[in-house]
Write a protein that binds this ligand. Structure first.
Ligand SMILES: [Zn+2]
Ligand SMILES: [Zn+2]
Length: 263
């Protein structure tokens, strides 16, 4: 059974965990290692339980803590050539270089790295597969390309970026250049874009959706849930919300699907 959790999600730091019975993978680490040590027990984990760290891209909210964490965990780091060229992984002992849009296995979890439109050197996001269950982690992209739409369709559980409400971003405190970056095709997904992706899933709708990387300045839980609540009722899906300070506790698509059926 695959399960997904987060120790924090947003522009101040990200750390997502995916685990099978035998394998624990950390996706990104935007927190200092001592912060990770403090947060990991929430999920019943110690740092040495982490078997590998998968990096999506070199922005500091995803990579700042990777080198120190990988050392503390004695775990290899998986990253693309471009992410590695940022220099932020230079002190990591073991880097496994991965190709964009390639598949590989880490322990008993199959992983696919998927190219996303984002303003980093060679950004990818990940889709995981184990025992016929597919879990997608998709944040930090400016638009949903046909490639992304196809690559993440059919996920049982999807962590999806609901970064900003376009109107709140427009009226908000960010300088004009940053507003253009965030809203641009290589920035972050707004609520409408994320919803459009979900309703356009032709190959099966995810049974469980986690809204993540929600901006504290340019979005609100109310704005996101106004959209997701209605959708989830229509398709009988479960919705969770990742926060910057707490992330979210373990979620399993199997258990969630089971409880939906029982209800
Ligand atoms: Zn980010
Ligand atoms: Zn980013």
């Amino acid at each position: 059974m695959l399960r997904l959790a987060s120790l924090g999600s947003g522009s101040k730091g990200n750390a997502t965990l995916i685990a099978s019975q035998d394998t624990v993978l950390l996706i990104d680490c935007g927190f200092p290692v001592r912060e990770m040590m403090a947060r990991l027990p929430r999920l019943g984990l110690e740092v040495t339980d982490i078997d590998a760290v998968l990096v999506t891209h070199e922005h500091s909210d995803h990579i700042a803590g990777v080198a120190a964490l990988s050392k503390a965990a004695s775990a290899p780091v998986y990253a693309t050539y471009g992410t590695r060229q940022s220099g932020k992984l230079d002190s990591v002992r073991t880097v496994v270089e991965i190709e964009s849009d390639s598949s590989f296995a880490v322990g008993d979890i199959d992983v696919r790295a998927i190219t996303v439109p984002h303003d980093a050197r060679q950004p990818v996001q990940y889709r995981f597969f184990h025992n016929s269950v597919a879990v997608g982690v998709l944040t930090d992209l400016g638009c949903v390309s046909p490639h992304v739409q196809e690559a993440f369709s059919g996920c049982d559980l999807l962590l999806l970026e609901f970064n900003h409400d376009l109107e709140m971003l427009r009226r908000g405190p960010y300088p004009a250049a940053l507003k253009r970056r965030v809203a641009g095709d290589f920035g972050h997904l707004n609520n409408e874009q994320a919803m459009t992706m979900l309703v356009s899933m032709t190959d099966g709708t995810p049974k469980v959706v986690v809204a993540g990387h929600i901006s504290e300045q340019n979005n609100s839980l109310e704005a996101v849930s106004a959209l997701l609540d209605e959708w989830s009722r229509q398709v009988n899906a479960q919705v969770f919300y990742a926060t910057q300070s707490q992330g979210f506790d373990w979620i399993s698509p199997d258990a969630a699907a089971l409880s939906v059926n029982v209800a």
